[in-house]
Design a protein around this ligand. Structure first.
Ligand code: 5GP
Ligand code: ZN
Length: 114
């Protein structure tokens, strides 16, 4: 989508600190990190939110999980632990309408989240 912030990052129209890229996914640092490691993993395809996922996206979800694993290894939180969060819709505070997975780590993450 032309006016979507994360689509524009995919197209390199807006700068971001990209940490990993595959044919179908992109991983970049969150501009306002909530933990020492805070990477956003997105599909390159524009999907508004998790609720919009369809059966045909199953291979893409595999790719996203592989990218999350790769980011966890690269950021050295694969053994210490990390959290993956997807905010969906207004009550969850989803601010950017392009599906994204927050990967957070390198600090103790309380549970349940506030
Ligand atoms: P949400 O609240 O939608 O789940 O998360 C959106 C995230 O995108 C927030 O954590 C916010 O800091 C991050 N973000 C917003 N604008 C930008 C940007 O221009 N660049 C990057 N790298 N992150 C952004
Ligand atoms: Zn988009």
């Amino acid at each position: 989508m032309a006016d979507c912030l994360f689509c524009r990052i995919v197209k390199r129209e807006i700068p971001a600190v990209i940490v990993h890229e595959t044919e179908t996914t992109l991983a970049f640092r969150d501009i306002n990190p909530k933990a020492p490691v805070h990477v956003l993993v997105i599909p390159k395809e524009h999907i508004d939110a998790l609720i919009r996922l369809e059966k045909r996206h199953a291979p893409l979800l595999g790719d996203i999980h592989e990218t999350i694993q790769e980011v966890a290894r690269m950021e050295k939180v694969d053994t210490t632990g990390f959290r993956v969060i997807v905010n969906n819709g207004p009550d969850a505070g989803q601010a950017v309408s392009h599906l994204h997975y927050h990967v957070l780590g390198q600090r103790h993450l309380g549970w349940p989240p506030g």
